[in-house]
Design a protein around this ligand. Structure first.
Ligand SMILES: *[C@@H]1O[C@H](CO)[C@@H](O)[C@H](O)[C@H]1NC(C)=O
Ligand SMILES: *[C@@H]1O[C@H](CO)[C@@H](O)[C@H](O)[C@H]1NC(C)=O
Ligand SMILES: *[C@@H]1O[C@H](CO)[C@@H](O)[C@H](O)[C@H]1NC(C)=O
Ligand SMILES: *[C@@H]1O[C@H](CO)[C@@H](O)[C@H](O)[C@H]1NC(C)=O
Ligand SMILES: *[C@@H]1O[C@H](CO)[C@@H](O)[C@H](O)[C@H]1NC(C)=O
Ligand SMILES: *[C@@H]1O[C@H](CO)[C@@H](O)[C@H](O)[C@H]1NC(C)=O
Length: 269
């Protein structure tokens, strides 16, 4: 894990509001809004095998030689092939959903070449070791955005939930000091675990005495809290024309649903 090497680049990124989050070794999402970047020499890393989730280790590395390289389960699986095209190259995603590798200062050396309407987008190192761009955002929790614990964490936790997943009572997602939990009484709550009282930042205010609830995300991006096998306790009510979406617990404490999948290194179908 390396840190940004170029002061001019840092100033540039700050000038343009890009939040680099050095030390984000176990992160695996880049956002268009508020913007984040994978900076020169930085790497994303994803490994849930210690938590008995049987996918291989994945990493995405913005190499100092300007090549953006994806590794999965020990092998190189994809690259932008931009070696030697510039110095201080970094990866961002823009408000049209296009991923761009730029060299110092702003010259693009690689683009994903798929654009969509203006909105908020997320670039994910996915659970299966592939890359995916999702958006625009179709739903967001109503709490105020804020900055998470600035301390870097090297513990991988899962903070993305995909369509076709079903999760029972318990921890749903965790990002640093933020945790989304489906409680035993069927209330879906977003907590700040840094506070003694575990402040609730957002909740569905749902209740069921049956202790059998679960959450699902439909392919069209609608999030549900259900119980009694399939009865709906809560729904997000926003949908998009999509067959695959992602719910992300972002670094600013907001839950956001992005869909459809606009670009990927390997289609699911
Ligand atoms: C990862 O590599 C190991 C050892 O080479 C192999 O047994 C395993 O099936 C691979 N996992 C995936 C998801 O490809
Ligand atoms: C990079 O080069 C490899 C090997 O030539 C090729 O298979 C791959 O498609 C290229 N990547 C991109 C993004 O074009
Ligand atoms: C994107 O489009 C440019 C210009 O047409 C082309 O040179 C480049 O190879 C394309 N990139 C990908 C990843 O397809
Ligand atoms: C995380 O970082 C700390 C301090 O650098 C180190 O002691 C610990 O072993 C690391 N844990 C993992 C799982 O890498
Ligand atoms: C979704 O719509 C239902 C029915 O109109 C409404 O009762 C519920 O409050 C809405 N949910 C949200 C999260 O807005
Ligand atoms: C759903 O997946 C199929 C198969 O890849 C694809 O052709 C189609 O465009 C997708 N539909 C939507 C609405 O995204």
């Amino acid at each position: 894990m390396a840190f940004p090497t170029s002061v001019p680049l840092l100033i540039l990124l700050l000038t343009f509001g890009l939040l680099g989050r050095p030390g984000s070794a176990t992160d695996f999402v880049i956002y268009s809004d508020p913007p984040t970047a994978l900076l020169p020499g930085q790497m994303f890393h994803y490994d849930l095998t210690p938590q008995d989730i049987p996918y291989g280790r994945a990493s995405l590395v913005m190499k100092p030689d300007c090549n953006l390289v994806l590794y999965f389960n020990g092998s190189k699986t994809w690259a932008t092939n931009t070696t030697g095209l510039g110095d201080n190259c970094y990866l961002t995603i823009d408000s049209h959903g296009e991923a761009i590798v730029q060299r110092n200062i702003h010259y693009p050396v690689w683009r994903s070449n798929k654009t969509s309407v203006v909105g908020s987008y997320a670039f994910l190192l996915q659970w299966n070791g592939e890359l995916g761009i999702y958006g625009p955002a179709i739903w967001s929790s109503s709490n105020e955005g804020e900055l998470s614990d600035p301390k870097p964490s090297n513990i991988t936790t899962d903070y993305v939930f995909y369509s076709y997943s079903v999760l029972p009572i318990g921890k749903i997602l965790e990002y640093k000091n933020y945790r989304l939990v489906l409680r035993d009484d069927c209330n879906l709550v977003l907590l700040d675990t840094n506070t003694n009282t575990q402040d609730i930042k957002w909740q569905t205010n749902t209740y069921s005495p049956l202790h059998d609830c679960f959450i699902t995300l439909d392919p069209n991006g609608e999030l549900f809290v259900k119980h009694n096998r399939r009865d709906i306790l809560w729904r997000s009510n926003e949908t998009t024309n999509s067959n695959f979406s992602a719910l992300v617990l972002r670094y600013d404490a907001k839950l956001v649903i992005y869909g459809p999948q606009l670009w990927t290194t390997k289609p699911l179908w």
